[in-house]
Design a protein. Structure first.
Ligand code: UDP
Ligand code: MG
Length: 336
C-alpha cells in the first residue's frame, strides 16, 4: 500500500519462531475439508514453528461441522468455532480472528483458492519486518469476464471515493501481525468490510503475487446480487461522498432552473402566454422526481447503516468452541 511508513526489521523477528494461527471460514465446504487439512497441515509442519488452525463453521447446512469435528478430535492444534447461524464471511473471519492466539495470523479460504504453499513466503516477509502481507492475484483468469469487469469497476470507484486506497485484486488472503489483529479487534463497527478495514488500518504492508486457482469443489457462495450489496456496503462504510454529491447536484439543477425561469419570464413578458408546454413540464417533473428519489435512496442507505451501528448487536454469535485436548475432552466456551 502507498503512503505507509517503512518496515521495521527487528532482530527478534528474523530469528523468531512465532505461533502461526490459520483462520479459515467454512460455509458448506464438506467436499474440500479433507484436502484442506491435508494441504494446510503439510505446509504448517514444514514451517518448523508452532501453529494452530481456527476453523469457523459459519452455520453450514451440510456435513461441514461433523467433518471438522472429526479432524479436530484427532489433532489438538485444530479449534472449531461454531457460529449460531450463517453470519457471512466477514463476520466469520472476525470470529476466527478473535479466537486466534498467534503472533501471526493467516486468513485462508477453505476452498483452497488461497494456496497454503504461499504461507512460507508470507512468513518470510513478516520476518523482514512487514506487518501485513497480502496476496495479490496475478490474473483473474479463473473469473468470468463479467466478474472481472465488475471487480475492476468496484476497485476504481472505491479508490476514487476513499482516502485510503485498497490494492486491486486482493482478497482476504493475507498474513497479519498480532498488533494489526488487535487494532482490528478494537474497531467498533458492526459492518465488517474487511478489505476496506485493512486498508484503513495501514501498517507496513507488502504484496505477494500468486495465481488463484479455480474452485475445486462446490460453488462460490457469492451471487452477483450478493456482490453488489457487498460493494454498496464497502462504499457506504468508507465514503460519505455519495451523500455530499447531492448538494452539488441540487446546486447545479437550481442554477439551471433559475436561468431557464428567467428566460421563461422574459419570454412571457415580451410574447405573452403560450399554453402548449405539456411535454417540457412532464420532462422536468419526472426528471426532478427521479433525482429526488435517488438522493433519498442514498440517504436511506446511510441511515440503514447508522441504524445497524446504533443497535450495537454483536458481529457474530458463537454457539460452541470445540477444542480437543489430547485426552479427548471437549472444552466448550460460549462467548460472543
Ligand atoms: N464463506 C463463509 N460464509 C459465507 C460465505 C462464504 O464463511 O456466508 C466462506 C467459504 O466457505 C470460503 C470463503 O468464505 O471459505 C470464500 O467463499 P467463496 O469461495 O464462496 O467465495 P469466492 O472464492 O468466490 O470469493
Ligand atoms: Mg472461493
Amino acid at each position: 500500500m502507498k503512503g505507509v511508513a517503512g518496515k521495521v526489521a527487528t532482530a527478534e523477528r528474523a530469528a523468531a519462531s512465532p505461533l502461526v494461527s490459520i483462520v479459515a471460514p467454512f460455509f458448506n465446504e464438506a467436499m474440500v475439508i479433507d484436502r484442506f487439512f491435508g494441504q494446510v497441515i503439510g505446509v504448517m509442519e514444514a514451517l518448523g514453528t508452532p501453529w494452530e488452525i481456527i476453523c469457523v463453521d459459519d452455520g453450514s447446512q451440510d456435513r461441514t461441522l461433523e467433518l471438522l469435528l472429526e479432524h479436530a478430535r484427532s489433532n489438538p492444534a485444530i479449534t472449531i468455532v461454531e457460529l449460531s447461524r450463517n453470519f457471512g464471511k466477514e463476520s466469520a473471519l472476525t470470529a476466527g480472528l478473535d479466537a486466534s492466539a498467534g503472533d501471526v495470523v493467516v486468513l485462508l479460504d477453505a476452498d483452497l483458492q488461497d494456496p497454503p504453499s504461499l504461507i512460507r513466503q508470507m512468513l518470510d516477509k513478516w520476518r523482514e519486518g512487514y506487518d501485513v502481507v497480502y496476496g495479490v492475484r496475478r490474473s483473474r483468469r479463473s473469473d468470468s469476464l463479467l466478474k472481472r469487469m465488475t471487480a475492476r469497476g468496484f476497485y476504481k470507484t472505491f479508490n476514487a471515493l476513499t482516502a485510503e486506497p485498497m490494492p486491486e485484486n486482493t482478497g482476504d488472503f493475507r498474513l497479519l501481525d498480532r498488533r494489526v489483529v488487535d487494532r482490528l479487534h478494537e474497531l467498533p463497527e458492526r459492518t465488517r468490510f474487511m478489505k476496506g478495514l485493512f486498508a484503513w488500518l495501514g501498517f507496513s504492508s507488502i504484496a505477494v503475487p500468486y495465481d488463484r486457482p479455480g474452485r475445486e469443489e462446490g460453488e462460490s457462495a457469492w451471487s452477483y446480487w450478493k456482490l453488489w450489496n457487498h460493494a454498496l456496503e464497502g462504499l457506504t462504510s468508507f465514503s460519505t461522498l455519495p451523500l455530499r454529491v447531492w448538494t452539488y447536484v441540487g446546486l447545479t439543477v437550481s442554477l439551471l432552473s433559475f436561468v431557464y425561469a428567467s428566460f421563461l419570464v422574459f419570454r412571457t413578458l415580451v410574447f405573452g402566454v403560450d399554453l402548449p408546454g405539456y411535454a417540457s413540464l412532464m420532462v422536468v417533473i419526472l426528471f426532478l422526481g427521479g433525482i429526488q428519489l435517488i438522493s433519498l435512496g442514498v440517504i436511506g442507505e446511510y441511515l440503514g447503516r447508522v441504524f445497524i451501528e446504533v443497535k450495537q448487536r454483536p458481529v457474530y454469535l458463537v454457539n460452541r468452541v470445540h477444542q480437543f485436548a489430547s485426552d479427548d475432552r471437549d472444552a466448550d466456551g460460549d462467548e460472543g
